[in-house]
Ligand binder design. Structure first.
Ligand code: SF4
Length: 255
């Protein structure tokens, strides 16, 4: 039976080759995948079996694009955005020749070739601000819709913290002084309005996180070790899919 959504394994030239001297790219999202579950990471980048694709989050992308435009106005003027002023933050959007490249994950974002492992670490950053002492501030935009108080304490938000810590590490490897404090710009879609009326209104909130990037380089060594190994790592406890696949195989009598 043909499928409307045929599954494709990855092309062999995109996979990690332990015998190759070419740098292998490890993006921030690949680091996330490895942190989640080394087995899924390994299946994707050594064996070419990635997770099924997901549709893009077009509303989130639209919010990101609009926020970038808004902060770019202040970047060009060298002025603080009203949100920074509202939170008493003495900073302006950082104006740098590479800012567009850093923000473009498809162009790899901020990059650093880690010589001991030959892994090219990359991360597409949402924004960079500069504080009064000249330190760079990593900024990430998040779109959500909740009536709850937004905080970084939920379990799954530990991934958000790791995300900005990778960006902090990348900027430091590129020689920049980086503030330990990163900011999340949360825009929260409001659902308690009288009517939709063709528009979604957002509240905007700044939440700080004091990052600690000391885990990043040890993780890079472990990722390299994982990729060099010919054995498939054990599954983590991250999700039900391995159990689901085993149960499905048992139900269909597949080995
Ligand atoms: S537990 Fe989940 S994340 Fe890990 S290998 Fe299985 S399917 Fe992948």
């Amino acid at each position: 039976m043909s499928s409307l959504f045929p599954y494709k394994t990855k092309a062999s030239h995109t996979l990690f080759d332990p015998g190759s001297h070419r740098p292998f790219r490890i993006s921030r999202s690949r680091i996330d995948r490895w942190l989640e579950c080394p087995r899924c990471f390994y299946l994707e980048w050594r064996r070419g079996v990635g997770r099924p694709s997901m549709p893009g989050f077009s509303l989130n992308n639209a919010v990101d694009a609009l926020l970038k435009k808004e902060f770019d106005i202040h970047r060009a003027r060298g002025t603080a955005h009203p949100l920074m002023q509202a939170y008493g933050l003495d900073a302006v959007p950082f104006d740098h020749a590479q800012i567009d490249a850093w923000r473009d994950a498809l162009r790899r974002g901020v990059t650093y070739l880690h010589p001991p492992t030959n892994l090219l670490i990359t991360g597409g950053i949402d924004d960079v601000w500069k504080n009064a002492t000249g330190e760079l501030i990593v900024v990430d935009y998040k779109a959500t819709a909740t009536s709850q108080q937004i905080s970084l304490d939920d379990g799954y938000k530990s991934g958000y913290k790791k995300q900005v810590e990778v960006y902090q590490w990348l900027l430091r490897q590129n020689g920049f002084p980086v503030s330990p404090v990163a900011y999340f710009v949360f825009v929260n879609g409001q659902t308690d309005r009288e009517a939709f009326d063709g528009k979604l209104e957002f509240d905007i909130q700044l939440i700080s996180h004091t990052g600690d990037d000391r885990w990043v380089e040890p993780a890079i060594y472990q990722i390299h070790e994982c990729l060099m190994n010919d054995n498939i790592p054990a599954a983590g406890n991250i999700c039900e899919y391995c159990g689901y696949r085993a149960a499905a195989a048992q139900a269909t009598g597949e080995k």
